[in-house]
Design a protein around this ligand. Structure first.
Ligand code: HEC
Length: 150
């Protein structure tokens, strides 16, 4: 009986967290679109691209956390197309909201099927630890260059 109650509690908690990632994403959809497809030449797609980042190793998996915390400014390439704009920082979001929205993005639009084996969702503690680095949007771009994705 107690086990079942605990299970129901965890399920409800899981659903609440999932919903919150989707809710936070409303703030991204104006640029990256609800479909995650982005807008060619202006806003890079997150569909297909987040698994590509995750496949670049731990620095790639954590790269989107840095983008949200500190913004991103400088030329990048996503899904074979160039982008050279600037994304504002979303550092005013809580660590939990940043983890939730990124885990939503990592697992939406078929991204879940493309993730590397053993992919670990972004943890709130990881966001907290990276926040202390206080990078600039240009320094985040240098991190992108080091991923070797172009
Ligand atoms: C005002 C428009 C805008 C909003 C809102 C926005 N982004 Fe971005 N995002 C961009 C732009 C532009 C870039 C590419 C910047 C560049 O060219 O250096 C980008 C880049 C990214 C990248 C890196 C993509 C890659 O291929 O490496 C991620 C991840 C990302 N955004 C996630 C998000 C998430 C999640 C949200 C919502 C919390 C969000 N963005 C909100 C404009 C936006």
């Amino acid at each position: 009986m107690r086990k079942r109650l605990l299970f129901a509690l965890f399920l409800a908690l899981g659903l609440a967290l999932a919903a919150s990632g989707e809710q936070v994403y409303v703030q991204c959809a104006g640029c990256h679109q609800a479909s995650g497809a982005g807008v060619a030449g202006a806003f890079p797609p997150l569909a297909g691209e987040l698994p590509r980042l995750a496949a670049a190793g731990e620095a790639g998996r954590l790269f989107p956390v840095k983008v949200l915390l500190f913004g991103l400014r400088g030329p990048i390439e996503a899904q074979g197309k160039p982008y050279n704009a600037s994304m504002p920082s979303f550092g005013w979001l809580s660590d939990a909201d940043i983890a939730a929205v990124l885990n939503y993005v990592f697992t939406s639009w078929g991204n879940d099927k493309l993730l590397p084996k053993g992919f670990e969702p972004i943890g709130v503690e990881e966001v907290k630890a990276l926040r202390a680095k206080a990078l600039t949007a240009q320094q985040v771009h240098e991190r992108w260059q080091k991923l070797g994705l172009r």
